[in-house]
Ligand binder design. Structure first.
Ligand SMILES: [Zn+2]
Length: 150
């Protein structure tokens, strides 16, 4: 129980700091339940307490009047943020290297830029659904329309 409480305190602190420091917080709308069914990922996902973290994020977002925006997670780690081409890679591949335009970037940095560009391209809606199901805060499922950067 002690570990659970510390984890919760940590998630709360990080979420609070994020909301204080940023007018807008954009996150990937991960399907946590779906991911946890995958046994390889289950441990890291539950350790990260993603769902708990997200609840705190939405709580502080509302409290401080910040925009919390969730975007669909589809292909965020595969897509090249420079040219939009999808580059499939395994979870262990830490570098995004685009065969189409030659863009090279750390995997998570590239994914974060893809996530941001989806919000900016769509003018995403603020999400302040602190209590509901995680899937109910999804912003626009039509990822095919976001391919205009090509
Ligand atoms: Zn590229």
């Amino acid at each position: 129980m002690k570990v659970t409480r510390q984890r919760n305190e940590h998630a709360k602190r990080v979420a609070r700091n994020l909301c204080l420091a940023n007018a807008k917080v954009v996150l990937e709308d991960l399907n946590v339940r779906g991911l946890v069914k995958n046994h390889k990922l289950a441990k890291s996902i539950t350790d990260a307490s993603w769902y708990n973290f997200r609840q705190w994020l939405e709580y502080f977002g509302e409290k401080f009047g910040r925009e919390i925006i969730a975007v669909p997670p589809h292909y965020t780690s595969a897509e090249c943020n420079n040219c939009g081409v999808r580059v499939q890679k395994s979870l262990s591949t830490r570098t995004h290297s685009c065969p189409h335009c030659g863009h090279v970037e750390q995997r998570d940095v590239n994914a974060a830029k893809v996530i941001l560009s989806r919000v900016n391209g769509r003018g995403g809606h603020p999400q302040t659904n602190a209590s509901g199901d995680i899937s109910s805060t999804l912003v626009g499922r039509k990822t095919s329309r976001s391919k205009k950067r090509r």
